[in-house]
Design a protein around this ligand. Structure first.
Ligand SMILES: [Zn+2]
Ligand SMILES: [Zn+2]
Length: 339
């Protein structure tokens, strides 16, 4: 019950605080202007949180897409926590449930649970974007994240979540203050590197569950209606190539062709060059070809949005894998490892 209460408070708190902080930032900027300091601290903190979410929480902790030393895993978990999307173990458990039941009952944030009428689609979009953060069931971390629960260091990182959230606000304030030797610099740092940055990163991350499950290209024949959304791919550091990711969850790179820019993968390659990460998994060309949708499979989906909504309303559970996917099982199942 305490956890249920904390979840709701967290959902409302992040939205309200980041929204009001952003409004204050814009009003102050209109009054006194904004410049390099605001832009620089926003970009720095935004990049840290996005790398933390996509390279850390998502590719490293949820899917075990590469190997990294404990200090780097910790740094990635801390940066991910600054994005205010919940403690790493909680996030991973939720996310693995999303992979197991993609767009079917059991998926914490599918846009297809409210029928196929225009109003139902709109309600679904709201649920998959923001509504679910308030209403989703507390994920079963023992079932979905037992590999992380077994690691004392990951449990500690997860427990200290609010310390890292605080760090994400104090750091830009401190930098703003030191760079300008002024209190106003600290306030501008807090607003733009803290609140505005959380607001933008949060909304764009949520758009992967809402927009990238309803709008975009579907080159692969897989369960669910995830889609590749090129517009989202750049600001989300590669997360927008979301159908690629659902087709090959274990892959360290989400962009699967040369033109699919994936900044998360660029960061990973950089870290690999430094020798700080290794065994980055990528699907072999034969696996990619085997899953490509044929022209007669409309957009490569097994069900149309209307059919899926009807199935969800009837409580139809798609045949997800029997076990959730802790990375070692997921990777063994696919048996593909390269790079
Ligand atoms: Zn998805
Ligand atoms: Zn995933």
């Amino acid at each position: 019950m305490r956890l249920e209460h904390a979840k709701k408070l967290h959902a409302v708190g992040v939205i309200v605080l980041s929204l009001f902080g952003s409004i204050a930032a814009v009003l102050l900027a209109l009054r006194w202007g904004a410049g390099l300091l605001e832009a620089g601290l926003f970009c720095l903190m935004y990049s840290l949180s996005m790398v933390g979410i996509t390279v850390g929480y998502h590719r490293c902790f949820a899917h075990g897409a590469f190997e990294a030393p404990p200090w780097l895993r910790a740094a990635l978990a801390i940066c991910g926590s600054m994005a205010c999307q919940g403690p790493v173990i909680y996030w991973v458990a939720n996310h693995r449930a999303h992979h197991r039941f993609t767009d079917a009952p059991g998926d914490p944030h599918s846009p297809y649970f409210f029928g196929a009428t225009p109003l139902g689609r709109l309600r679904g979009l709201w649920h998959s974007h923001l509504g679910w953060t308030y209403s989703h069931p507390i994920p079963d971390t023992v079932t979905y994240a037992k590999d992380l629960m077994r690691s004392p260091s990951t449990r500690r990182l997860s427990r200290l979540y609010f310390v890292w959230v605080g760090l994400g606000l104090v750091l830009p304030a401190l930098l703003g203050g030191l760079l300008t030797f002024s209190l106003s610099g600290a306030v501008r740092g807090l607003l733009w590197g803290g609140f505005v940055r959380v607001f933008v990163a949060y909304q764009l991350s949520l758009a992967i569950g809402s927009i990238a499950h309803s709008q975009g290209q579907r080159p692969f024949h897989i369960r669910g209606l995830s889609a590749n959304n090129a517009l989202l791919a750049l600001p989300t550091f590669g997360e927008g190539w979301h159908q690629n990711h659902h087709a090959f969850p274990y892959s360290g790179t989400f962009g699967l062709t040369w033109w699919q820019l994936d900044l998360g993968a660029v960061v990973l390659r950089g870290l690999s060059t430094l020798g700080w990460v290794w065994n980055i998994k990528v699907p072999p060309a034969s696996a990619i070809a085997a899953r490509r949708a044929t022209p007669d499979e409309a957009w490569g989906m097994e069900s149309t949005p209307a059919e899926l909504a009807a199935q969800a309303a009837a409580g139809v559970r798609h045949a997800g894998p029997a076990v959730s996917n802790p990375p070692e099982e997921e990777n063994r199942r696919h048996g593909e490892r390269a790079g």
